[in-house]
Design a protein. Structure first.
Length: 305
């Protein structure tokens, strides 16, 4: 089966590594996932990390490799640079950076930069998800929400990324829940859920985002004064941070097509619940499938020209 592979697709993040062996029909015939992200690879060596995973899936020595994500950052393997907004998604394919000195053809897709002095922003990896979620021939306007450690809200028109905003929602949740007084409130929460607490927090933060810091502390005060579970406190923190993100993301008029929500797993569940709380309709798109589709589209465009 491995001999049917046509190329290797890699999503190489800061702390994660995902590799897919893909055949000519676009089907996955081998897969690897690990914590060998950019931070690890920068110490061990990008080439050796990649080769270990290629060997594990039996990738042929002549198979080309296409990479998206932080491996193309300034501190990554090879800096792939950025395509500036307004950025046609097709331009991302044209700017793939080759990795010199390798026995096989390895290329890294660039990110997208918003060189606006009043709202500077960058993305790296999400552009490939956008490509997979919307396609090259996308028409009309689209507003795409891409939750994560650094959530992205992207306005796309006719296949061109016009503007976007990054929100450090996931990273803030991690820092607040681990490094502040609120760590005591969420201790022992484990995987328990409290959807009502989450929905209430989303609604409150969306209504009064300027009170975000106060709303976060209320999670601790409420627990001290009225009791409550660690899960309730954790979901309150999560709902508050997501609620203020949505307050900013939904500040502009929505396109007629509504919102495309590109997410997977627990993030997909949380954001769908948040949008539902605010009575905002979304079209869910699986993030893993989107990045695989994006890499496949890019690989076909690059190696079948």
């Amino acid at each position: 089966m491995m001999s049917d592979a046509a190329y290797v697709a890699v999503d190489w993040g800061t702390s994660s590594f995902r590799l897919w062996l893909v055949d000519r029909a676009g089907q996955v015939v081998g897969e690897r996932r690990s914590d060998d992200g950019m931070m690890t690879a920068a110490k061990v060596g990008f080439a050796s990390v990649l080769q270990s995973h290629l060997d594990a899936v039996g990738a042929g020595i002549d198979l080309p490799v296409l990479i998206c994500g932080m491996a193309g950052a300034r501190q990554g393997w090879v800096e792939a640079g950025y395509v500036d907004t307004p950025a046609p998604l097709a331009a991302v394919l044209e700017r793939a950076a080759p990795v010199a000195g390798q026995s096989r053809d390895i290329r890294i897709l660039p990110g997208i930069a918003q060189r606006d002095g009043s709202a500077p922003d960058v993305m790296r990896g999400e552009e490939t998800q956008l490509l997979g979620a919307l396609g090259l021939g996308a028409s009309g306007e689209a507003l795409v929400c891409m939750p994560g450690t650094h959530s992205k809200w992207v306005s796309v028109n006719g296949g061109t990324v016009e503007r976007f905003s990054t929100f450090m929602t996931g990273e803030l949740f991690s820092a607040v829940s681990r490094e502040t007084i609120l760590s005591h409130a969420v201790a022992g929460a484990d995987d328990a859920e409290d959807r009502e607490a989450f929905k209430s927090a989303v609604a409150a933060a969306f209504k009064t985002p300027a009170f975000a810091a106060n709303l976060l502390f209320q999670a601790r005060a409420r627990q001290l004064l009225f009791g409550g579970t660690p899960a309730e406190a954790r979901e309150t923190l999560s709902g508050t941070l997501i609620g203020i993100e949505l307050a900013a993301g939904l500040a502009r008029a929505l396109p007629q097509a509504g919102i495309r929500l590109v997410a997977s797993g627990r993030l997909l569940m949380l954001y769908r619940l948040a949008f539902e709380t605010l009575a905002v309709a979304v079209e869910p798109i699986d993030a893993d499938e989107a990045v695989r589709r994006g890499l496949s589209m890019a690989a076909r465009a690059i190696w079948t020209r």
